[in-house]
Design a protein around this ligand. Structure first.
Ligand code: ADP
Ligand code: MG
Length: 643
């Protein structure tokens, strides 16, 4: 006996155990969804076989009447969901059913709080899938044979931490999933109930779902049997691909249920667009925006995206071909008649039609988002909260649609000083002050650091709004989006601020005088700090803080340098970075005026060092030598307390 045929007992990944537990407890009020999930998997498996068979129809093994069958055995108290789709090899079973191979799983579980209400929301983001069988079953048996292979495999588990795998016999290709119902779940043995669940959740799966119906014996008037009792297969669902129907015939609920199938999601979508595009390339699209970001949104290899169908035959769900990366959260279906059915994955790569479809689909999604902005602003706010950071990638990635995407961006700003990002660039522009020709922003590595930055002082004083950018992506965003509506975006921590026009003649004169007064102090400070800085200047930005750091207009921002260093980039090798800041001091501040009078050179140097270091700290930066800073501060404190 080879190892392959022996029965082996394997442990679930810890994560799977945890998931099972959570699911059973959080979904008990919504038990019937197990059937939707199993049917959804069966339908995917059939789609896959149909596609593989385009290139090699021997995979059908003479059985190309593809369907899903749901049957019950009242005596054994089992429900079986069978498909004659692609099936799985032993390795595939082990990989897909028994481990959660999705990356990001660990992070997902770390987010769980133990609070059932909160966690059951999270589980929606994760997707319940196959494991939902254990909501109603205390034992699940799965027997599957991959189309074209000889060996079948039998998987079985009680959902408690272990499962078994062993070789099996199976005549037809595909998968049978047998649920041994828990005590008290007998309602699911009622065929009428099952039919209504299928109608409700899976009506528009394009594959037929059949159930047996008993036809009683027919008798003539004298009571003689003319036809014996028999069992007939009956198609339970409409089996019409939902996207092929006219919009008027589709209910909100049907749209939502279909989303759960294509989106592998557990919750209703936030919005959708359903549209037929005519022209040289013709296609129908039904695209959805999820209500919640999936847990693997940041996973570059996440597989679920938009599915491509050609004449209703599933071809691929390789997201990158149909949606740019920044719209990777979009789910749904695009079906075209303009490609040949036997289109290979290679042809798809260079197909002009695909590019036309992709460009058109992107426009539809942007249009959908624009309509949310206009008609359903609360939904748009929800969208932004979930996917805003991904949309920002669009400004960088999609040059053709940059302006449209720019209008969809939302930011925090000094208008409300709240972390919620709800200010559009158009809002900002409409609030610009008389004579203001730039859109001001500050970047920092946290909202608090941005909001409390000393650079904002002069803007707050003059009542000029500043965008507060604190997402990592923002540095890249502002390097791609240099202007909006003809107005340049300007970092308030870079270069000259050019706020003269908001200043009176008198103020200007005063500034000039102060600069003169401070000339020699500036030189002394520069001598102390040496090559740590590029220059020292009298600041026009500060009102409350004694000092801050700025960079020159074309230098990399200090925040960007930090991000790149964190990402492990060796900036010297890249020939960038190593930006030397300019130290600006506030001539009104008492520390600075006292510094001007300081006679003791050693003390002068210490205070300058402290000013420089605290300017770094207030930017959210890190000191090269924090211990030296603390030491200097303590010396000063000691002197102060001694007096
Ligand atoms: P999802 O469908 O979101 O991938 P599931 O937990 O529902 O997650 O299923 C996990 C995987 O198991 C599927 O992606 C598929 O590879 C495999 N699978 C499940 N059911 C079947 C089936 N009936 N036929 C073939 N493969 C299946
Ligand atoms: Mg599934």
């Amino acid at each position: 006996m080879s190892v392959e045929t022996q029965k082996e007992t394997l442990g679930f990944q810890t994560e799977v155990k945890h998931l099972l537990d959570l699911m059973i407890h959080s979904l008990y009020s919504n038990k019937e969804i197990f059937l939707r999930e199993l049917i959804s998997n069966a339908s995917d498996a059939i789609d896959k076989l149909r596609f593989e068979a385009l290139a090699d129809d021997s995979l059908y093994e003479g059985d190309s009447d593809l369907k899903i069958k749901v049957s019950v055995d009242k005596d054994a108290r089992t429900i079986t969901v069978s498909d004659n789709g692609i099936g799985m090899t032993r390795e595939e079973v082990q990989k897909h059913i028994g481990t959660i191979a999705k990356s990001g799983t660990k992070e997902f579980f770390e987010k769980l709080t133990g609070d059932q209400a909160k966690d059951s929301e999270l589980i929606g983001q994760f997707g319940v899938g196959f494991y939902s069988a254990f909501i109603v079953a205390d034992k699940v048996t799965l027997i599957t044979r991959k189309a074209g292979e000889k060996e079948a495999v039998r998987w079985e588990s009680e959902g408690k931490g272990e499962y078994t795998l062993e070789s099996a016999e199976k005549a037809t290709h595909g998968t049978d999933v047998i649920l041994h119902l828990k005590e008290g779940e007998d309602e699911f043995l009622d065929e009428f109930r099952l039919r209504s669940i299928i109608k409700k959740f899976s009506d528009h799966i394009s594959v037929p779902i059949v159930m047996d119906r008993e036809i009683p014996a027919e008798k003539d008037d004298e009571g003689n049997e003319t036809a014996p009792a028999r069992v007939e297969e009956e198609v339970v669902n409409s089996a019409s691909a939902l996207w092929t129907l006219p919009k008027e015939e589709i209910s909100e609920e049907e749209y939502n249920e279909f989303y759960k199938h294509v989106g592998h999601d557990f919750q209703d979508p936030l919005a959708y667009v359903h549209s037929r595009v005519e022209g040289n390339v013709e296609y129908t699209l039904l695209l959805y925006i999820p209500a919640k970001a999936p847990f693997d949104l940041w996973d570059r290899d996440a597989k679920h995206g938009v599915k491509l169908y050609v004449k209703k035959v599933f071809i691929t769900d390789d997201a990158e071909k149909l949606m740019p990366r920044y719209l990777r959260f979009v789910r749904g279906v695009i079906d075209t008649d303009s490609l040949p059915l036997n289109v290979s994955r290679e042809i798809l790569q260079q197909s002009k039609q695909i590019n036309v479809i992709k460009a058109g689909a992107v426009k539809k999604v942007l249009g959908l988002l624009e309509s949310l902005v206009k008609d359903e602003p609360e939904k748009y706010a929800q969208f932004w909260e979930q996917f805003g950071n991904v949309m920002k990638e669009g400004v960088i990635e999609d040059i053709k649609n940059r302006e449209r995407i720019a209008k969809l961006l939302r930011f925090s700003s000094t208008q409300s000083d709240q972390p919620k990002q709800d200010v559009s660039l158009e809002d900002y522009v409409s609030r610009m002050k008389e004579g203001q020709d730039k859109i001001y922003y500050i970047t920092a590595d946290s909202f608090a650091a941005a909001k409390n930055s000393p650079h904002l002082e002069i803007f707050r004083k003059k009542g000029i709004e500043v965008l507060l950018l604190s997402d990592k992506i923002d540095e890249w965003l502002v390097s791609s989006l240099t202007e909006f509506d003809g107005k340049p975006l300007q970092s308030i921590a870079k270069g000259e601020l050019d706020l003269d026009k908001f200043e009176s003649e008198e103020e200007k004169k005063q500034q000039e005088e102060v600069s003169k007064e401070f000339e020699s102090v500036l030189k002394q400070i520069k001598d102390v700090l040496g090559d740590k800085i590029k220059d020292v200047k009298v600041s026009h930005r500060l009102t409350d803080s004694p000092a801050c750091l700025v960079t020159e207009a074309h230098d990399m921002s200090l925040n960007m340098e930090r991000i790149m260093k964190e990402a492990g980039q060796n900036l010297n090798m890249l020939g960038i970075g190593g930006t030397k800041p300019i130290l600006e001091i506030n001539p009104q501040h008492e520390i600075v005026t006292a510094l001007k009078e300081e006679q003791d050179d050693a003390r002068f140097a210490d205070i300058v060092q402290i000013l420089f270091d605290q300017a770094i700290l207030s930017e959210g930066g890190q000191l090269d030598d924090p211990a030296a800073f603390v030491h200097k501060l303590n010396v000063l404190l000691r002197d102060l307390l001694k007096k």
